[in-house]
Design a protein around this ligand. Structure first.
Ligand code: HEM
Length: 455
């Protein structure tokens, strides 16, 4: 006779009363959440924030359940999505029918065919933008990393994704406004249940940033509404759809999607490329191997897309960078129906927090998780891994639409810089740590001295 154990007994999640350590949480929220995730060791944790009790889900099987297998049950809605909804409205960064419509219209701009056809254009834009570093390099002046990476990324994205339709004066307003939004949103992001009537640090900067963003974006909508021109860029896709799809799509819809695409295509890439330099400075062996590969494949030529498939180590370095610093570090979901994750009942209406930052640092999933080691991404080792052990671009229906653009752009930029210069990092004020905002920016300005490569 066989005895079956019956359905698994439901378990309670481990509870972490964060309100009791509120000062520690406010001082260094990222470290506190990381501490909790490490203590839970891949099991489901529940944060007790007093007014809210979100689940933290980190195990790759559980992440897969939320993002992929039960994606229809776990949606981008609820309190934790509120700060982002106030920015992006009913755009591709929303949910339900509004998301589906925006996705259908923007997807063709990111198809493999379109991206391939734009790749030479992208490489030219990057080589031009990187060449502007020659002047500080020649003069022995150091550069500040984040603004310079931002300049290269903006020049590239405006030309390639926005069809060169944003004028310099407009970019000069959009860039600082976006920066204000990305940093000032931090408290609303962490404490989304605090009503708007209670002021939080960053609120005024956020409103000011949003106002500039709105003025500039509506000006752009005005200019291109009925005459978006031809091409495979974001303006053409959005404005043509507005003309052909009927009354559902108005100026606000175009504005929401322009803002969503501007934010996702610039802030993420700029911040990721900023993290590369402290990583390389701390790992001279990795830098030496990168340089040798780039020297052998690219030499003194301008980097071209055809070079990339012969630069496997450049790819590995970028992948490992996004393991330690997945700039889209947390994304919430709300359950529409009761379900069970890893034996823990999750009731309808509850929030589930998914964080590549936490999963990528789990000891049960990664050996020596805090060490920067691009060898983890040899094709064999990457293939052997759980699909959701590594997910800097999310997964399921909302998986990042720009991941191929990012990979190509980041690999081209890193290669272009290292083929021209030997960067030397200036001393920092204590350890460089990640600071929470819309993305994960470094906690201090970083400076590089660029020594021109002598051949
Ligand atoms: C370091 C670079 C990037 C990272 C780490 C990143 C990360 C992510 C993540 C985690 C998501 C999923 C969000 C969710 O499931 O709620 C996402 C979605 C998205 N990303 Fe990215 N992203 C990056 C670069 C880009 C770029 C360059 C673009 C555009 C050119 C872009 C456009 C988008 C869009 C439009 C979505 C929403 C897709 C949807 O919901 O259907 N991202 N990204």
């Amino acid at each position: 006779m066989t005895v079956t154990a019956g359905p698994p007994r439901s378990r309670k999640p481990r509870n972490f009363p964060l309100y009791r350590t509120v000062s520690r949480f406010v001082r260094d929220p990222l470290r506190e959440i990381e501490r909790i995730s490490t203590a839970a060791g891949g099991e489901i944790a529940r944060l007790d924030l007093g007014a809210s009790h979100p689940y933290v889900v980190t195990h790759p099987d559980h992440v897969q359940q939320v993002l992929r297998k039960e994606s229809e049950n776990f949606v981008r809605d609820g309190t934790f999505w509120r700060p982002l909804h106030s920015l992006f409205g009913d755009s591709i960064m929303s949910e339900y029918a509004e998301w589906e419509l925006s996705k259908r219209i923007l997807q063709p701009v990111f198809s493999t065919r379109t991206i391939r056809s734009l790749s030479d254009h992208m490489a030219r834009a990057i080589n031009e933008a990187v060449a502007q570093l020659d002047e500080p390099a020649r003069e022995g002046r150091s550069i500040e990393v984040l603004p310079e990476m931002g300049r290269i990324v903006h020049d590239t994205v405006i030309k390639v994704l926005f069809g060169d339709k944003i004028r310099k004066a407009e970019a000069d307003r959009l860039i600082p406004a976006m920066e204000r939004l990305a940093t000032s949103i931090a408290f609303r992001f962490l404490l989304p249940f605090v009503p708007r009537s209670i002021p939080l640090p960053g609120d005024r900067a956020f409103s000011a940033g949003l106002q500039v963003m709105d003025e500039t974006l509506y000006e752009l909508v005005d200019r291109f509404r009925y005459d978006p021109g031809e091409g495979y860029d974001i303006f053409t896709a959005l404005c043509k759809a507005r003309m052909t799809e009927g009354s559902g799509l108005d100026d606000n819809w175009v504005r929401d999607n322009l803002l969503a695409m501007w934010a996702t295509s610039t802030e993420t890439t700029t911040v990721a490329l900023t993290w590369i330099w402290p990583m390389l400075a701390a790992h001279p062996d990795v830098t030496a191997r990168l340089r040798a590969e780039i020297e052998a494949v690219v030499g003194d030529e301008a980097v071209r897309p055809e070079h990339l498939h012969r630069l496997p180590y450049v790819k590995q370095v970028v992948q490992e960078l996004l393991r330690l610093y997945p700039v889209g570090w947390i994304f919430p979901r709300i359950a529409l129906k009761d379900t069970v994750i890893g034996g823990v009942p999750v009731e309808a209406g509850q929030t589930v927090l998914i964080s590549p930052f936490l999963t990528h640092r789990l000891e049960s999933v990664w050996e020596r998780p805090l060490e920067f080691d691009p060898e983890r991404f040899t094709p064999e080792r990457a293939r052997a891994r759980h699909r959701y052990a590594y997910f800097p671009f999310g997964g399921g229906p909302h998986q990042c639409i720009g991941r191929h653009v990012f990979n190509m752009e980041a690999e081209l930029i890193l290669t272009a810089i290292l083929s021209r210069y030997r960067p030397e990092m200036a001393p920092t004020e204590g350890p460089v740590q990640a600071r929470i905002g819309a993305t994960l920016r470094p906690n201090q300005p970083l400076h590089l001295l660029l020594h021109p490569v002598q051949r």
